[in-house]
Design a protein around this ligand. Structure first.
Ligand code: 13P
Ligand code: SF4
Length: 319
């Protein structure tokens, strides 16, 4: 569709203005993950964690969803909204967890172990093919609840994040078989890097994402999803926090919890962790995807239908 914008270069004071105008012309919604750069967060209709974003994607009446996060998040929005156009700024924005568990490998594993009759719980950071092979999806925000509601008479296979899976086992006491995937960003935090920053800020609470390793989680006062980090920072009497997750989180915390101090958790090699996939998105690419309706998320209908059921089960169970 030819939009008014294309014919009028120089009409806008800023790229943000142009994006907001395109959004209105497209009847679009802009959904943004907490790890996006601040300038993208600032023009979002909703900024949140994977769970909140899945709910917003489910509820929206917009015609177009512009998803600023990584590919599996936009793909999830498409799975539950087949009639909508879902676009993302950069189609190559992947995720190391997603790539650690290819659908074909999971299918072979399940076939080889068919006698076990696994109940498969997949962390949302996975492909549509993996979701299609799963019984229920979870996010870091509801993983404990989802595991607690799994049938007790079947063994659980938890894919693809071994660290989130191990943390859920600690919380629930339920034994699970864990796929050996991990997030390349969160495993960069080490016991030493977090102990050092904690010694420098003895008054600060340490809040870590459950994708971190056991050694790092042991040093944390609170382990939770990115959305719960915001809730906790608001409610806690502490005035300083060391945030052990991707650095984009600090923008939202500084904005929504003014007056408190947030310190990015350092890795051995860098002062603040950054996910290269999340940071592939830029305002320019967001403008282009709304203008061109491309790149668009598409998938085989058979896969979509199979992947939708375990997502809807999750949304139902975590209400
Ligand atoms: P949240 O759902 O907690 O935002 O986590 C998503 C993610 O990709 C963490 O690396
Ligand atoms: Fe994936 Fe890790 Fe990036 Fe999250 S931070 S999108 S889990 S690679």
């Amino acid at each position: 569709m030819a939009l008014e914008t294309i014919a009028q270069p120089g009409k806008y004071l800023s790229l943000q203005d142009e994006i907001l105008d395109l959004k209105a012309q497209r009847n679009a919604i802009i959904l943004v993950h907490n790890y996006q750069v601040g300038e993208i967060q600032d023009i979002a209709d909703y900024v949140g964690d994977s769970l909140g974003l899945a709910y917003r994607a489910r509820e929206t009446e917009a015609t177009v969803i512009a998803f600023c996060g990584v590919h599996f998040m936009a793909e999830t929005a498409k799975i539950i909204n087949p009639e909508k156009t879902v676009v993302l700024p950069d189609k190559d924005a992947g995720c190391s967890l997603e790539s650690s568990c290819p659908g074909k490998e999971l299918a072979s594993y399940l076939e080889e172990n068919s006698a076990k009759n696994y109940y498969v719980i997949a962390y949302i950071n996975c492909s549509a093919e993996v979701k299609a092979l799963s019984d229920c999806i979870c996010t870091s925000g509801n993983a404990v609840k989802i595991v607690e509601s799994a049938p007790e008479d079947r063994p659980i296979l938890f894919v693809p994040d071994q660290n989130l899976g191990a943390w859920v086992m600690e919380q629930t006491g339920r034994k699970m078989d864990l796929w050996q995937g991990s997030c390349y960003v969160h495993i960069e935090f080490t016991r030493d890097s977090i102990a050092r920053i904690r010694d420098e800020h003895p008054q600060a609470e340490v809040i870590a994402h459950p994708e971190c390793t056991y050694a790092v989680r042991m040093l944390a006062d609170v382990v939770c999803s990115t959305e719960k980090m915001v809730d906790h920072a608001k409610e806690s009497s502490a005035q300083q926090f060391i945030i052990v997750t991707e650095g984009g989180m600090l923008h939202r915390l500084n904005k929504e919890v003014p007056g408190k101090k947030f310190i990015g958790g350092p890795t051995e090699n860098c002062a603040c962790a950054e996910c290269r996939y999340m940071k592939m998105n830029t305002l320019e690419k967001l403008r282009n995807c709304l203008r061109d309706l491309s790149p668009e998320v598409t998938m085989a209908e058979e896969t979509r239908v199979k992947a939708e059921a375990p997502i809807l089960r999750m949304l139902e169970l975590s209400r």
